[in-house]
Design a protein around this ligand. Structure first.
Ligand code: ZN
Length: 513
């Protein structure tokens, strides 16, 4: 039998894997003494959970002490889509024999993707196995409560037993919602939507199997338990983030991004970039409060942690290297397309377990308010239908990024310096040593702007029709996004007036750059 591990070696390991600096104070602490230095992280919004000190139990305190890694099984391979019929057949075989004849697959896709070769491959694969399926092709580009409810009604009335999503994040998210609510036939939409917007109930049932086949390299939805929707009546987007929503399997196939238009590929790639950078800089899991009183309540968005860091850091580097190549040659550069697909799923594993923060919190009102504005002020991105006013999600997250990372830098200079080094690349790595700590945020902000220029992102909120008169509305739309704002470093979460002021100054700094 091996000798028991000494406490000293456990401490050493924790120190090695601990985050480099406290996002609250910017100082470096070991993982074990991280919360003993008394700079007041506890008591946020009065959600303290009393924790008994049991022998051999968790350390005292209200911050979390544990983190989990959850990800879907992922299969990467050019041409792997044609295996989906066999996957579903294998799943159906696991049902009791009397239930197998009732097995029915629901394919969730959108009006564009249904015309693409990927759907032919999928349907042929299902046909070869003699499977029974129905198609819902009305997933909307930016799903709303209305489009979700229609998809849910379809899933409930069709008695679907197995779900298959084919498309971008919108189709995958819609399929997740349809699966969830088909398994909870009595529940209304707000039952599981994140609190405080919804009731944020835990999902206690095992949902039906879901296979996701992405056709963009972006949301990473094939591996996460996140599903996002727009609620136009409230002028913001929100969602459900719960491990139970994770697809059973994601099939990531290079053939399926071969027809993706350049603007769509860039917008999707920008989402990957900020999934990586926001999860890399999110409040660490062991500074997040409250500690859950039951593990089922530990959020999917836990804060940065040693494992999500590995995924987020790799995805950041890969996106910075390959997304500009997609902008130059969206269809011909197969290597860049393949790397971006890997990066999207990898970032998905990173942020799916760590979470994102302010760029995402702002993106929800930025995208949503655009639709309710007078027609002459609405922004129409060239990637999608000219009839639909749209600021794509990836563009919406980018617009505040230069100001956001300048703001968050003080929380962990080493971490922001490392991100800056990734943007600078090998050729300019010598510049990094000359940048003083107090200038890291500004320098990172400048490098983000240069990168966004390369992929032709509009230079600031004014370019998509917002002005200083909209600052208040954008801050108000951002504030309810607690799921992500609570992971934002530096933000004064227990002082609402100060928090509003900080958010307003970020919007102001994002109007033009
Ligand atoms: Zn995103």
């Amino acid at each position: 039998m091996p000798p028991p591990v000494s406490r000293a070696s456990v401490v050493r390991l924790l120190n090695l894997t601990s985050n480099q600096g406290c996002r609250g104070c910017g100082r470096t602490h070991s993982a074990l003494d991280h919360h003993t230095h008394g700079h007041g992280h506890t008591g946020i919004r009065g959600m303290a959970t009393p924790v008994e000190k049991a022998i051999g139990g968790p350390p005292p305190g209200n911050t979390d002490y544990a983190f989990e890694m959850a990800a879907s099984t992922l299969r990467f391979g050019q041409g792997a889509t044609s295996e989906v019929g066999m996957d579903l057949h294998n799943m159906i075989k696991q049902l009791p024999s009397m239930d197998r004849p009732q097995a029915k697959i629901g394919i969730f896709t959108d009006p564009n993707v249904i015309k693409l070769p990927v759907m032919e491959v999928v349907e042929e694969s299902l046909m070869r196995q003699g499977l029974n399926w129905v198609v819902w092709d009305k997933c909307s580009v930016e799903p709303t409560d209305k489009s979700w409810n229609e998809a849910i009604d379809f899933a409930r009335s069709s008695h679907i037993t197995h779900f298959l999503a084919v498309g971008g994040g919108s189709s995958m998210d819609t399929a997740k919602a349809a699966n969830l609510f088909a398994n909870y036939p009595e529940a209304d939409l707000y039952e599981f939507i994140n609190a405080p917007i919804g009731r944020g109930k835990p999902i206690e049932k095992k949902l039906s199997p879901l296979i996701a086949i992405p056709t963009t390299a972006g949301t990473g939805s094939e591996t996460t338990g996140t599903a996002i929707l727009d609620i136009p009546s409230k002028s913001f987007k929100t969602g459900i983030a719960n491990r139970a929503l994770k697809p059973t399997l994601g099939i990531v196939d290079l053939n399926n991004t071969a027809t993706c238009p350049k603007e769509v590929a860039i917008a999707a790639g920008l989402d990957v970039l900020f999934h990586s950078l926001e999860s890399w800089t999110a409040v660490p899991y062991n500074e997040r409060t409250p500690r859950p009183s039951n593990p089922i309540n530990r959020p999917a968005y836990q804060g940065s942690n040693p494992l999500s860091d590995i995924f987020s850091r790799w995805a950041l580097e890969t996106t910075i290297k390959y997304l500009p190549r997609i902008a130059k040659d969206p269809f011909g550069d197969e290597e860049a397309r393949a790397q971006m697909l890997l990066a999207a799923s990898t970032a998905g594993i990173g942020f799916g377990n760590a979470g994102v923060h302010m760029c995402h919190a702002f993106s929800y009102p930025i995208s949503s308010l655009n639709k309710g504005r007078p027609v002459d002020l609405q922004y129409h991105h060239p990637s999608y239908s000219p009839k639909i006013p749209l600021i794509p999600h990836g563009v919406a997250v980018s617009l505040t990024a230069p100001a956001v990372f300048n703001f968050t830098a003080a929380s962990s200079i080493p971490r922001h310096r490392e991100a800056l080094g990734v943007f600078l690349g090998k050729d300019r790595s010598h510049e990094l040593n000359n940048i003083k700590d107090q200038d890291v945020g500004r320098a990172l902000s400048e490098e983000i702007k240069k990168f966004l220029d390369l992929v032709e992102v509009p230079r600031g909120l004014e370019k998509v029709g917002y002005g200083s008169q909209d600052i208040g509305k954008l801050v108000e739309g951002c504030l309810p996004q607690r799921r992500v704002l609570d992971l934002a470093p530096v933000l004064a979460k227990d002082d609402l007036a100060m928090e509003k002021e900080q958010l307003a100054s970020i919007v102001e700094g994002s109007l033009r750059w």
